[in-house]
Design a protein around this ligand. Structure first.
Ligand code: PGA
Length: 252
């Protein structure tokens, strides 16, 4: 059965006290409700992760990180390993976000390694892909997403793919207020599912959760999520406001 997911990506926002308070309010909101139709995840900065994971333990909300190291342990000053993330109680890690790809020069080979580290440590991976504006305008978007998935993700086994969620995030839609139309999202999500099918077979492709991300908000979420190959969202800006975030979850 394909799982629906709404994941909040806090990015580099909120200090520790603010983050813990916000996680408490999200947890309280969903714990007082009948089960949501989607799994809800909060992807926080590393600093928040231990505290947030403790708050979310035994709640209906899961925690995750936004990145992990490409190495297992050792002399890598400033890095945080997948094993450390797992030890906080977190279940997920975002890998390959476009901000990591562009500002920190993370290429397909590094992302493949990070994905291996995460899966080896028992984390589930939210693997991001998506084209920049110019690539869409020149009709290269399918080719770009195919390359990102084939070189960064598809070197893993079918069993490992059961622990992976794919997030399609057109870079031109992230934080810009521009969203892909529901039809553009559906077209790409269908293409991604087809790629998974060709590589891993029908069962894995049908079970694969594929999220949309990029200026998702309460006013557009329901329409985007209504498309057959869109299984939820990866939410940036709108995940920092309780009302907006919960409304997006309810839109599933
Ligand atoms: P946004 O970010 O919702 O603020 O556009 C989405 C993301 O980067 O994951």
């Amino acid at each position: 059965m394909r799982k629906k997911i709404v994941a909040g990506n806090w990015k580099m926002n909120m200090n520790l006290a603010e983050g813990l308070k916000f996680a408490e309010s999200v947890s309280r909101y969903f714990n007082n409700k009948p089960a949501a139709k989607a799994e809800v995840i909060l992807c926080t900065p590393f600093i928040h992760l231990g505290g947030v994971s403790a708050i979310l333990e035994n709640s209906k909300v899961a925690s995750g990180a936004q990145n992990c190291a490409s190495e297992e342990s050792g002399a890598y000053t400033g890095e945080v390993s997948a094993g450390m993330i797992k030890s906080t109680g977190a279940k997920y890690v975002i890998i390959g976000h476009s901000e990591r790809r562009s500002y920190y020069h993370e290429d397909d080979a590094i992302l493949n390694r990070k994905t291996s580290m995460a899966l080896k440590s028992g984390l589930k991976v939210i693997f991001c892909c998506g084209e920049v504006k110019e690539e869409r305008e020149t009709g290269k978007h399918f080719e770009v997403v195919k390359r990102q998935l084939e070189n960064g993700l598809f070197l893993h086994s079918g069993n490992e793919m059961a622990e992976v969620v794919i997030a399609y995030e057109p870079v031109w839609a992230i934080g810009t207020g521009l969203t892909a139309t529901p039809d553009q999202a559906q077209e790409m999500h269908k293409f991604i599912r087809q790629l998974v099918n060709e590589k891993y077979g029908k069962e894995i492709a049908e079970d694969m959760t594929i999220l949309y991300g990029g200026s998702c908000k309460p006013s557009n979420a329901a329409e985007i999520f209504s498309k057959p190959d869109v299984d939820g969202g990866l939410i940036g800006g709108a995940s920092l406001k309780l009302d907006d975030f919960t409304a997006i979850v309810e839109a599933v």
